[in-house]
Design a protein around this ligand. Structure first.
Ligand SMILES: Cc1cc2nc3c(=O)[nH]c(=O)nc-3n(C[C@H](O)[C@H](O)[C@H](O)COP(=O)(O)OP(=O)(O)OC[C@H]3O[C@@H](n4cnc5c(N)ncnc54)[C@H](O)[C@@H]3O)c2cc1C
Length: 400
């Protein structure tokens, strides 16, 4: 089918199938949380999700046989443009299922594993969490100690994870476990999937100073995982884990050129509009000379970064194949995003230092919270310093 015909068909299908209420900005309290415990405040959200999932367009670039739409890069771009044109909401907030474990399964999973897990990601049936970090293993992840011992067709898993985002809401976990203690640390790790809803798994949300609990401590006390749910080979899980991190880093860093920070609602206006609103103009230019310079530099860098991300996607002609360059995107994208929120804070002056209370506008309170959330962008998925190390060794080939 030509791209013109694809656009016409896409346009007609969206017109017929996207409910009117799904063509409005998403109110925070209507954000659907997928998974077994999914709730839909607006029934149209469920209708829209089901229709898009049936069409394969919740994760349009995945193969059709696993619930995707099998779209090529150009078609994907058209679908995005047509959805944007009618202001269609994103039907699925797929989280780590779509951005991390799904792509890793496509690459390393068996046919049976792909069939079992990918479709449930596409239709929003299962919500995933990531069991990588442990209390004594963060940047040095390969030192992890959670152990898995095979007994018949099942592994018994004992140990604990930390900073497990959304573990209290997740249905399944993809987890790094040690299956051999007598070999160099990278060689005894396996990558396994298991259901969180079982007696051997308990989670304890970590309460932050903000009052929120985005992540948990996760404990395994003889948790059970089927042997068939090892991804890749036993003791070769580090290869899968590293690849998944590349997907994660691309996702955290690659989309930062102008979209909300991971975990934040995002400012309601562009940084330039905010500057005009907050600082006023002189001769059509932002009034504050120092900030004007910094904002211009930021916007130029934003544009260059977005073009670099685009070029990388074009060059690889793929939407699912990151490389070690993902560390560069992660590093730059997250630092750029932090810089954006620093500028927004500077523009807002003391108005945007409020945490709560009548003295502050709701959007200023949101901004303060989002600004603080961006600080985590350069920690989650591997810190900035760790990305420097990877770039030095794996991209530039510098000696240890
Ligand atoms: C918002 C958020 C969500 C998260 N979600 C998850 C999740 O869902 N699942 C999960 O498993 N984990 C999650 N994490 C954990 C995250 O992966 C770790 O915080 C991260 O890998 C850093 O590990 P650490 O916190 O143990 O810090 P450490 O490794 O103790 O690092 C402390 C400091 O030392 C520096 N450092 C350490 N080693 C080196 C080195 N070799 N060279 C230079 N500097 C170094 C680091 O850069 C850092 O500044 C999340 C973290 C955040 C902030």
């Amino acid at each position: 089918m030509s791209l013109e015909s694809f656009r016409e068909e896409t346009c007609a299908w969206l017109e017929e199938n996207c409910p009117k209420s799904m063509r409005t900005p998403m109110p925070a309290d209507e954000m659907p949380q997928p998974g077994r415990r999914a709730t839909f405040k607006n029934p149209d959200s469920k209708l829209w999700l089901d229709r898009m999932a049936e069409k394969g367009w919740t994760v349009p670039h995945w193969p059709k046989e696993y619930g995707g739409g099998g779209l090529e890069v150009d078609e994907l771009q058209i679908l995005r443009e047509e959805m944007e044109r009618i202001k269609a909401r994103t039907p699925l907030f797929g989280g780590m299922g779509v951005s991390m474990i799904g792509p890793a399964l496509l690459e390393f999973g068996t046919e049976e594993q792909k069939k079992e897990h990918l479709t449930k990601i596409c239709n929003g049936g299962i919500w995933w969490c990531q069991g990588y970090s442990e209390p004594n293993s963060g940047s040095d992840l390969a030192s992890l100690q959670t152990r898995a011992v095979l007994d018949g067709d099942e592994y018994a898993i004992n140990g604990s994870k930390i900073w497990t985002s959304g573990a209290d809401k997740a249905d399944w976990i993809y987890c790094l476990v040690r299956t051999d203690f007598d070999v160099p640390k990278h060689d005894g790790i396996s990558f396994i999937l298991f259901d969180m809803d079982q007696p051997g798994v308990s989670v304890k949300p970590i309460k932050l100073i903000s009052g929120m609990s985005p992540f948990c401590e996760t404990f395994f006390d003889d948790a059970k995982a089927l042997r068939k749910n090892i991804i890749g080979e036993v003791n070769k899980g580090w290869t899968v884990a590293k690849r998944l991190l590349q997907y994660e880093r691309t996702s955290i860093g690659g989309g930062m050129g102008g979209v909300p920070a991971k975990g934040s609602k995002g400012p309601k206006k562009t940084i330039a509009d905010m500057a005009v609103d907050r600082l006023g103009t002189v001769d059509g230019k932002i009034a504050d000379l120092g900030l004007r310079d910094d904002i211009s530099t930021h916007l130029m860098n934003d544009k260059s970064f977005a073009l670099t991300v685009h070029r990388n996607t074009e060059e690889s002609r793929s939407t699912t194949a990151p490389t070690f360059a993902s560390s560069m995107f992660k590093l730059y994208g997250t630092e750029q995003n932090k810089n954006k929120y620093e500028l927004l804070l500077r523009m807002g002056g003391t108005n945007v230092l409020g945490w709560e209370g009548d003295g502050f506008a709701p959007e200023d309170i949101d901004l303060t919270r989002d600004w603080l959330r961006t600080k985590a962008n350069s920690i989650e998925g591997g810190t900035t310093e760790v990305q420097y190390n990877i770039i030095a060794k794996r991209v530039l080939g510098l000696p240890d």
